[in-house]
Design a protein around this ligand. Sequence first.
Ligand SMILES: *Cc1c(COP(=O)(O)O)cnc(C)c1O
Length: 404
Amino acid sequence: MTLPPNVHDAEPIPAAAREAIDALMQSGDLFRYTAAQDAPVSLLEAEFAALLGSKYALAVSSCSAALFLSLKALDLPRDARVLIPAFTFAAVPSAIVHADCIPVLCEVGDNYRVDMDDFAAKLNGVQAVIISHMRGHTSDMDAIMGLFDAQGIPVVEDAAHSLGTTWHGRNIGTIGKIGCFSFQSYKMINAGEGGILVTDDADLVARAVIMSGAYEHNWKKHKDPTGADDPDLAEAFARWQNQLPLYNLRMSNLSAAVIRPQIPELGRRVQDGLANHDYVAARLNSSPYIEVPEPLTPERRAPDSIQFNLVGLDEAEIRTFAAAAETRGVKVQVFGLSPDNARAFWNWKFLPEQVELPQTRNMLMHACDVRLPVRLTRPELDIIADILLASVGEVIAPIKAFGT
Ligand SMILES: *Cc1c(COP(=O)(O)O)cnc(C)c1O
């Protein structure tokens, strides 16, 4: 019998990283601000800004740190209300609480995207928005930017898991005022830990750079990524010198050395990830009990996992399905059923305001998550699809048999 594939390991880090790491080991130059210029973190920032078509990038210790710094850079007052989708990772409301703001949760639909009606209804009193493109599922950015730009409310994109996803051909993370990405191991580029924010706004990036820990005049090592003179940036740094707290959320050169050789791999990873996802999606959609939501028309996805809803199954049947799949070797996470799940809003007991969101809760009770690393081969994808379909069959067959 063919064994189910290992879906936990990431791709190997490209060999080119070794040379850069060896050089760092030799020199001991791990701190981003020691070298006069061309530190790996600075080079990463320039390359990442160019990759996304953004003016500025700031590499930090995690996407959570990037989200926190985004809110601090926006200079929101204490207790500012920040609207987020209720389907996200606990790190997102946590970053808001960390920034002394209040998360306001809005409903998410069965397609894992912001429910625009509920979103519009909750706008009153909101001072900023973080759109979490959860598992890379992109909410309707045209509608969102239409609503918020008109009111002058800043939109931060949590693109932690969306690197390589585009909307009308434009990179996700570059549509709002600030975009934040993660280099944690389960994301498209893996450094174990790490994050980066991008923006076109000199004032915002200058504030974020200083607060990330560019003490004294270390901000002078942050230049326009193209190397051009940037009077806006210089003015912004001068304006904020000594005015802001230093949170020390910097990235180490070691992380940048691991990340940089993966950037040229991104195009292939996106292409393979999408092809793999769509292949498995088509197979799963052949079952009347499984529904893989369609992307929105302007969206081109970059998935490394698949999400699907179990249709017409109750909680006991969903548990049986997940157990059957696990026995066969495929781990299915049902967001709302796995204990203490960090993506289930009712487990965020630290929120200053607890809310109930029936639509999102219902979605979380039916939505399944299966990892689909981009390195999987067609035969391996078939094994996963076969197991998921057989596991549904195991739940459904006895019900049908009972009726005959
Ligand atoms: C992974 C993830 C985060 C957190 O990223 P870290 O780099 O681990 O802080 C935030 N939001 C989403 C949607 C994520 O997938």
